[in-house]
Design a protein around this ligand. Structure first.
Ligand SMILES: [Zn+2]
Length: 356
């Protein structure tokens, strides 16, 4: 009998659409097709999860899921309405409670471009700066977004060429799966309508949901002008967005000098687990000092280059970050590092008010 009831429920869910329970029966957005599960839910603490993409769907960044007594808060909606919709669908693997809060840590496309999927029952919370940037369309221009669009297009073109020339049928099938993933991502991106927060803060806001206290804090400018973090003081969990990762974050919209200070503010919080927007969650608070060390060095070398009147390409080639290679192995990729430094220096030089 129980099985029949369960079967009946499954059929009912199937009839009303797979994400009916979580997304207010919103239709499946374009670009959501994928094979297998799109998300892995990694437990951080009781009722707190990190949702990490499995690679079958382009999702952009990680999400944090905070399940409260009666509702759910999701941190970051990822790269498209498709990615956000699939997350709501798969969320049923860990909870049947409704999503009522969605925090947008910052305006970047890979964190905010799923926001449109939320209905009026969901409060989207972010910094006033993030609201302004999303309202002004800033998430769809600039080197971060341009780089993403050209990467996806180039990857799709390359895979299409490889599918055409692959002789091994199994290899061709595998390449075909990969190609469809990137084609879906292009379709999903075209459906994005940047959607700003519906509730903003400049300093902090605290939600008390049953037994859980959730602090949404602005600790200062950093990766952008309005990054917020989500802090659970009882559980000692800090969701950091792109403000703090174990890898090197994007520098193109950053405020480097402020960022070093902001990380210092975060360092004063009692944290047992950091949940970043990219990479696995971690406990080692040494990541704060390591990122501060890189940013200080970048600021010092960039400032010196500017003072010397070096052009950005010359400065980017001359800068030396070998001292950070053990901490950030991605610096071994010289082409990637050159691009990263060029973008970072462009931003830094803008801050100095003139470009040599
Ligand atoms: Zn970002």
């Amino acid at each position: 009998m129980a099985r029949l009831v369960e079967l009946g429920l499954l059929i009912a869910v199937g009839l009303t659409g797979p994400a009916a329970a979580q997304s207010g029966a919103r239709p499946r957005p374009p670009g959501a097709n994928h094979v297998g599960r799109a998300f892995e839910f990694r437990p951080v603490a009781e009722g707190v999860w990190q949702a990490v993409g499995t690679g079958t769907l382009g999702v952009g960044s990680n999400a944090a899921i905070i399940v409260n007594d009666a509702d759910v808060l999701v941190v970051d909606s990822r790269t498209s309405p498709a990615a956000a919709w699939v997350l709501l669908d798969e969320l049923r693997r860990i909870t049947t409670k409704p999503v009522r809060y969605a925090v947008t840590t910052h305006f970047h496309y890979d964190h905010a471009h799923g926001n449109q999927i939320y209905g009026p029952e969901v409060e989207i919370i972010g910094h006033e700066f993030t609201r302004g940037m999303l309202a002004a369309g800033a998430s769809r221009r600039g080197s971060a977004y341009d780089g993403f669009v050209s990467f996806v297009a180039a990857r799709a073109a390359e895979l299409r060429r490889q599918v055409d020339t692959a002789s091994d049928p199994a290899r061709r099938t595998e390449l075909g799966h990969q190609l469809r993933r990137y084609e879906q991502q292009r379709i999903a991106d075209r459906a994005v309508v940047p959607t700003p927060p519906t509730m903003t803060l400049n300093d902090r806001v605290t939600l008390v949901r049953g037994g859980r206290e959730i602090q949404i804090l602005f600790a200062g400018r950093g990766h952008t002008g309005g990054d917020v973090v989500v802090y659970l003081p009882k559980e000692k969990i800090l969701v950091t967005g792109d403000l703090l990762q174990e890898r090197l974050p994007y520098l193109g919209d950053g405020f480097v000098a402020d960022w070093i200070e902001t990380l210092g503010v975060l360092d004063r919080l009692d944290v047992a687990a950091f949940v970043p927007g990219h990479g696995a969650w971690f406990s080692d608070r040494g990541a704060i000092g390591r990122l501060q060390g890189f940013l200080r060095d970048f600021l010092a070398q960039g400032t010196a280059a500017h003072r010397e009147g070096l052009s950005i390409p010359v400065a980017a080639r001359r800068m030396d970050f070998r001292a950070h290679l053990a901490v950030y192995p991605q610096l071994a990729d010289t082409a990637d590092t050159y691009d990263r430094l060029t973008i970072g220096l462009t931003r830094l030089y803008e801050g100095f008010g003139r470009r040599p």
